[in-house]
Design a protein around this ligand. Structure first.
Ligand SMILES: *Cc1c(COP(=O)(O)O)cnc(C)c1O
Length: 369
């Protein structure tokens, strides 16, 4: 079976982990955490990096730190992971959804303005699959209406928008280091911001809102979202290789593009747009309408050929848990719905070989009617 993801851990990972064990520093108090935060923030070009236990936690803290709560509206894409919506809902705020663009698969920024109301508090942009959201129009709308921007850059480590690093565009921007991201700590995440106050609030939320002088007296409810020194050790070693990893992922995507070019039953990912080149977090495929094959059936056939695939995101407005809450009744977002029905991604991990890419491409062509 060709796995859907396998990370590369053959740099300084082992060396730094041994340092943790030999020094006895394994908790979040260890020195690698601060080093990883500083180097990551510098790499992204931001003042503060706050390491957290995962990308979902980073989003939870971002929403809470911005003071989003009951009655506030947050504009976000429907085509994304559930992590983006969790804290919006739990805080009593109202998620307001936007459909995807059929070519870039990102939120269609032309649909944002119409969703603004006096209650809109923030726009959450989520860069999808390796190509950034077209940020300039979003930032212009946010500025004009005095709205905050949360940037979920989990899939965009090492990517740029018009030459500027993704993760520099939100009032708060977040990352994930899950093993299928461009760099990994096993589980992990990072919040970045230039805002002194937001950084302090996020740091406090991460650590149960302990107070420096009255440790066990709390003025606010936080979480334990701390990253361990062991994870930060991995992160530091991975960060050293980020440029190499981005080049490698991009080359993998281009190779798939070459091998699958001209297959008319498939929509391939957009390789570039005016503001960025795809860095192929995952290599996604959308089956063309007349093929008459669902993503589910295609993935089943590919599994039988030894190729592990994963479905695209189920849109937020189709989530049973959210529908049961009475959310998004009567709403439909046809582009995202079609992507979910007909989209899936093929093995895309950093350890994938050229030979495996050729095998996967051959298998994909073989299962098409
Ligand atoms: C992976 C991912 C997350 C969640 O990160 P975890 O570390 O798995 O919690 C959030 N948003 C996006 C866009 C992601 O790709």
């Amino acid at each position: 079976m060709i796995p859907v993801n396998e990370p590369l851990l053959d740099g300084n990972e082992k060396k730094y982990l041994i340092e943790c064990i030999e020094s006895g520093w394994i908790s979040s108090e260890g020195p690698f955490v601060k080093q990883f935060e500083d180097r990551f923030a510098t790499r992204v070009g931001r003042k503060y990096g706050i390491a957290v236990s995962n990308g979902t936690a980073a989003l939870d803290a971002a929403v809470e730190a911005l003071g989003i709560g009951a009655g506030d509206e947050v504009i976000m894409p429907t085509f994304t992971i559930i992590s983006c919506i969790n804290q919006i809902i739990r805080s009593g705020a109202i998620p307001v959804l936007v459909d995807s663009h059929p070519v870039t698969w990102n939120m269609d920024v032309a649909q944002i303005e119409a969703k603004i109301t006096p209650r809109t508090k923030a726009i959450m942009v989520v860069h999808i699959f390796g190509l950034p959201v077209d940020l300039d129009p979003v930032l212009e709308i946010a500025r004009r209406h005095g709205i905050k921007v949360i940037e979920d850059a989990a899939q965009m480590i090492g990517q740029t928008y018009n030459g500027k690093p993704c993760g520099t565009f939100g009032d708060i921007s977040t990352f994930s280091f899950y093993p299928n991201k461009h760099i990994t700590t096993g589980e992990g995440g990072m919040i970045v911001t230039n805002d002194d106050h937001l950084a302090e609030v996020c740091r406090s939320l991460r650590n149960l809102c302990f107070q420096p002088h009255k440790r066990f007296v709390h003025e606010r409810l936080g979480w334990n979202l701390r990253l361990t020194n062991l994870q930060a050790a991995l992160g530091l070693a991975q960060l050293e290789r980020l440029d190499e990893f981005v080049v490698r992922k991009r080359r993998m995507g281009e190779r798939y593009n070459e091998l699958l070019a001209g297959v008319e039953q498939l929509q391939l990912p957009q390789d570039k747009v005016s503001y960025a080149e795809n860095i192929y977090w995952v290599y996604g495929l959308v089956l063309a309408d007349p093929v008459g094959l669902s993503a589910e059936a295609a993935m089943r056939r590919l599994a039988a050929e030894g190729v592990a695939c994963r479905p695209f995101f189920c849109p937020m407005h189709q989530q049973p848990v959210l529908k049961r809450m009475g959310l998004f009744a009567e709403e439909d977002y046809p582009v995202a719905e079609r992507m979910y029905r007909q989209g899936f991604y093929v093995p895309s991990g950093l350890a994938l070989s050229d030979g495996q890419i050729a095998d996967v491409s051959r298998a994909v062509k073989g299962i098409l009617p």
